[in-house]
Design a protein around this ligand. Structure first.
Ligand code: B1M
Length: 212
């Protein structure tokens, strides 16, 4: 790992958003590979924070500032990771489910979907089933993407799919789910169309599904 990427990871762990932004800019100017900046610098730093959080070595405030620094770095990196074509290949509604405030994974998924040519309608975090439905119906979405990072919020995915079904509109949409605690079994159990483990695969699968 280059020195600058190590520095990005270190500043992210300290939650220093301004330094992370400046270093990501500097790394891009120095022709560092954007994917390496993402995977080793930003996500690498966040993984270390995640481990420390799990072991009670850091607490919510530290994780929160690290997450802010991560999002700050992502905004600089986004144009390099995403090259958008002219005509959208489909419309996506994306959000983190009710009760869940984690948005970094969702933001990455949005970014990759955008890069794959989708028009993105991000409804944010802590999104109730009604909101997913309202937005999907309003914009005429093709795909609905739900993210969950907590085992306690996974049931909100099922609740959302059930509400689409109750309203008789389930089959209008390709429904995709993901997030660290979600897996293929769970996706099958709740009647989602696709589960994918990471942002890049989500974009690939969505593209295939819509052009199938
Ligand atoms: Co939270 N948190 N957190 N947290 N947090 C986790 C998730 C946890 C695993 C930490 C731990 O204990 N090791 C744990 C969950 C345990 C569990 O349920 N199994 C946890 C907990 C317990 C909590 C609180 C309850 C803590 C508390 O208050 N006591 C609390 C809950 C708040 C709430 O949501 N209601 C909480 C709060 C927070 C912060 C607010 C401080 C902050 C979030 C800030 C933010 O997002 N803006 C935070 C963070 C940052 C984390 C960790 C450290 C990092 C998550 C992250 O952003 N990872 C996390 C530990 C960890 O994951 N190691 C943890 C990077 C991100 C790129 O990965 O989101 O997994 P991820 O996305 C991946 C894939 O999952 C996938 O693509 C991405 C990669 O390409 N993906 C999809 C995601 N969505 C997808 C959708 C798809 C497809 C793929 O299709 C639609």
């Amino acid at each position: 790992m280059s020195a600058i990427i190590e520095e990005i990871s270190a500043f992210l762990q300290k939650g220093r958003a301004k330094n992370v932004k400046a270093l990501v800019t500097e790394a891009l100017e120095a022709n560092e590979d954007p994917k390496e900046i993402l995977n080793e610098g930003l996500l690498g730093g966040m993984m270390i924070i995640g481990e420390k959080f799990k072991n009670n070595e850091v607490f919510v405030p530290e994780v929160l500032v690290a997450a802010r620094a991560m999002n700050a770095g992502l905004t600089i990196l986004e144009p390099k990771l995403v090259e958008v074509g002219n005509e959208p290949i489909g419309k996506v509604v994306i959000g983190t489910v009710k009760g869940d405030l984690h948005d970094i994974g969702k933001n990455l998924v949005s970014m990759m979907l955008k890069g794959a040519g989708f028009e993105i309608h991000d409804v944010g975090v802590d999104v109730p089933p009604e909101k997913f439905i309202e937005e999907a119906e309003n914009i005429g979405a093709d795909v609905v993407c739900m993210s969950a990072l907590l085992t306690t919020t996974m049931p909100a995915m099922e609740e959302t799919i059930n509400m689409f079904t109750e309203k008789g509109i389930r089959d209008k949409y390709i429904i995709m789910v993901g997030g660290a605690p979600v897996n293929q079994n769970f996706a099958d159990q709740i009647g989602a169309d696709y589960y994918t483990a990471d942002a890049a695969t989500c974009a690939e699968v969505a593209k295939k599904a819509i052009t199938a």
